[in-house]
Design a protein around this ligand. Sequence first.
Ligand SMILES: *[C@@H]1O[C@H](CO)[C@@H](O)[C@H](O)[C@H]1NC(C)=O
Ligand SMILES: *[C@@H]1O[C@H](CO)[C@@H](O)[C@H](O)[C@H]1NC(C)=O
Ligand SMILES: *[C@@H]1O[C@H](CO)[C@@H](O)[C@H](O)[C@H]1NC(C)=O
Ligand SMILES: *[C@@H]1O[C@H](CO)[C@@H](O)[C@H](O)[C@H]1NC(C)=O
Ligand SMILES: *[C@@H]1O[C@H](CO)[C@@H](O)[C@H](O)[C@H]1NC(C)=O
Ligand SMILES: *[C@@H]1O[C@H](CO)[C@@H](O)[C@H](O)[C@H]1NC(C)=O
Ligand SMILES: *[C@@H]1O[C@H](CO)[C@@H](O)[C@H](O)[C@H]1NC(C)=O
Ligand SMILES: *[C@@H]1O[C@H](CO)[C@@H](O)[C@H](O)[C@H]1NC(C)=O
Ligand SMILES: *[C@@H]1O[C@H](CO)[C@@H](O)[C@H](O)[C@H]1NC(C)=O
Ligand SMILES: *[C@@H]1O[C@H](CO)[C@@H](O)[C@H](O)[C@H]1NC(C)=O
Ligand SMILES: *[C@@H]1O[C@H](CO)[C@@H](O)[C@H](O)[C@H]1NC(C)=O
Ligand SMILES: *[C@@H]1O[C@H](CO)[C@@H](O)[C@H](O)[C@H]1NC(C)=O
Length: 574
Amino acid sequence: MDLKNLHFVFVLFSTIGCCVGQQTTLVNGIVGGNATLSIINPPSPLPSFATAVWVTSQSGQRVPVASYVNQHVKFGPIYDGRATLDITTGSLQINKLTLTDSGPYDVTLIFSDGTMLPQQRVLKVYEPVTAVSVTANVTSAVEFNDTVSLTCTAQGSDLFFQWFNGSSQIMPSDRVSLTNGNSTLAISSIRRYDRGPLKCTVQNVFTSQSANLTLDVSFGPENILVTATPQLKPLTSGSNVTLNCSAQSSPAALFSWAVNGNVLKDVGPVYKLDNVAVDKSGNYTCWAYNGKTQRYAASQSVQLTFHEKVSNTKIVGPSTPLIAGNSSANLTCQTTSGSLNTMEWQKDGRPLVPSSSVTISADKTSVFISPVQRKDHGEYQCKVTNPVSTDTAIYRLNVTYGPEKAHVDGLEAVEVGNLVHLDCVVEAAPACNFTWKLNDTVKAVTTSKYIIESTAYSDTGSYTCKAWNVVTGMTAWSQPHTLTVNEKGTLPEPLSGGAVAGIIIGVLVAVILIAIIAKSLMKRRKKKEECCTNTGELAECPSKSCTNTGEQAECPSKSCTNTGEQANAADTES
Ligand SMILES: *[C@@H]1O[C@H](CO)[C@@H](O)[C@H](O)[C@H]1NC(C)=O
Ligand SMILES: *[C@@H]1O[C@H](CO)[C@@H](O)[C@H](O)[C@H]1NC(C)=O
Ligand SMILES: *[C@@H]1O[C@H](CO)[C@@H](O)[C@H](O)[C@H]1NC(C)=O
Ligand SMILES: *[C@@H]1O[C@H](CO)[C@@H](O)[C@H](O)[C@H]1NC(C)=O
Ligand SMILES: *[C@@H]1O[C@H](CO)[C@@H](O)[C@H](O)[C@H]1NC(C)=O
Ligand SMILES: *[C@@H]1O[C@H](CO)[C@@H](O)[C@H](O)[C@H]1NC(C)=O
Ligand SMILES: *[C@@H]1O[C@H](CO)[C@@H](O)[C@H](O)[C@H]1NC(C)=O
Ligand SMILES: *[C@@H]1O[C@H](CO)[C@@H](O)[C@H](O)[C@H]1NC(C)=O
Ligand SMILES: *[C@@H]1O[C@H](CO)[C@@H](O)[C@H](O)[C@H]1NC(C)=O
Ligand SMILES: *[C@@H]1O[C@H](CO)[C@@H](O)[C@H](O)[C@H]1NC(C)=O
Ligand SMILES: *[C@@H]1O[C@H](CO)[C@@H](O)[C@H](O)[C@H]1NC(C)=O
Ligand SMILES: *[C@@H]1O[C@H](CO)[C@@H](O)[C@H](O)[C@H]1NC(C)=O
């Protein structure tokens, strides 16, 4: 079939018209790609056809694409070399697609029996998405101030724009608008969180490409925070304190400092206070400034209080001796340094309790005692505390009194040659000086004890002692104490203190033992082989041993009795 014939066929079909009751299906292709236009729902089995003709129309002109007539395949000039026609199915494949290939494609199959199958395919050739880019009209935005407009541009046909903030799609909202077919994103009153990356995705049926942009959004300064090292607590003068200031700011903030509202020369996030003096106490504030946003912000003021350690604490008391019932004393607690001191008084390790005679001043710096009494004697402590230290001073308050109630303690009768202690007992403070008299003769003894190593008859007489308190200036005479020195053997042997104690213990033990034994004997009346005990004296025990106070005595052959009970009947009677 020649071209003329082919043309005839085209004319024929064009006059027949198409599209009456036929099915059309859109076929998409991409520039440079392939598209296959196939017969939809062909009769099955497909009878062989005698003629197949594909035509398209461009700018209203019908353009031949491919035909199979008289068993010859022919292509239109635009498609020659890049199209194939399947003569068993009638489907058409076009390669190296161009945008102008888009359009309706009509096919008519004429089968051997003369029946016809007209169909239409619509080919849509797309340009792929390329050259996607995002630009912002503000390169450096200021938070809350700026409205930023982002434009997404791309090459390609039938473009579809989407914006993503991180992974979530951006939808229009009160601050966000999408215009120009969603290719322009405008964010008003920009926030630091809007920085992105903000991604523009452009797609059409076949392809998709993205570009992103991260906005530079200046913000702050905010949350100005001062930390002190060592951490805030009462600080000791002389220590080193470092204040550190931080802020949320982009770009980084500049820092400066103020004390009690006065701006300091020091600039920078770190403010060092070395070897601080007490007068550096105050309220410290850090100021932060962002040059981009042109905003200032201050930290909360940090109150630093420096205290000097308490030192040289002492108690100043009366300089003259204190006489009980007579003098008064004013104890004052002094300290050379320290601030915010609190004082606390103790006497002999316990809190000092005010009384009718003891007054603690309202500021607790002094204690006034009037009149001073014997019980006021003791160790006074003043404890000075401030937030950083404690210091204690001790004062021994000596109350003087007496001598009072002088009397002589000692034996009144001794045998010649014995040792004698006479004791001059007296209540006094401080200790007294003593003198002794025998009858009216002053003796050489000047201590409270008058000791005669070995008495002579001439030691008989009336002893008196005089106690003299150097501090109070008072003296006291004891009542006379008569000592009689007797001949040897005229006095009963005096029991020593140890012997007396021994007897007392022995009696007690015996009483307890009796009680125990009486009880056990009641129980064991029939048992008669045991030895016996008694309360004190060991009875004659010729044959059998026995105990009294628990000790076993030598009693080899005889039993004994205690309070009448017979214990043993081995070889003798009770
Ligand atoms: C298009 O078809 C040609 C020939 O059939 C083939 O070589 C090529 O790989 C195809 N291209 C695509 C993208 O399918
Ligand atoms: C950027 O675009 C927004 C929205 O169109 C506009 O309000 C703003 O003034 C623009 N900013 C600059 C610096 O041009
Ligand atoms: C723009 O985006 C919105 C929200 O995603 C969507 O509803 C709308 O159809 C889009 N408009 C265009 C022209 O793509
Ligand atoms: C972007 O996402 C952040 C949270 O990740 C959100 O705070 C911000 O408002 C978003 N900005 C826009 C423009 O969607
Ligand atoms: C943003 O784009 C750059 C290349 O332009 C790419 O390397 C990066 O992964 C993208 N980031 C995101 C979050 O899409
Ligand atoms: C304080 O710092 C100075 C040096 O600046 C140093 O000599 C001194 O020992 C420090 N004092 C303390 C208590 O750490
Ligand atoms: C420091 O601040 C505190 C309260 O924050 C205030 O009571 C004090 O008077 C201030 N000190 C000075 C020196 O301004
Ligand atoms: C931001 O806006 C405020 C008030 O609208 C204005 O006073 C300020 O100067 C602006 N800041 C900058 C950096 O433009
Ligand atoms: C005790 O001494 C202090 C300091 O000298 C003085 O202030 C105070 O008034 C005195 N108290 C009495 C009760 O005299
Ligand atoms: C009180 O007596 C003690 C010991 O006798 C002495 O150490 C102290 O200094 C005396 N106190 C005064 C205030 O004289
Ligand atoms: C009082 O006795 C002390 C020793 O106890 C002595 O040192 C002092 O000299 C005596 N005083 C007089 C005035 O004898
Ligand atoms: C002391 O007086 C008594 C009674 O007058 C007398 O017996 C005694 O011998 C006198 N002693 C001395 C040492 O004079």
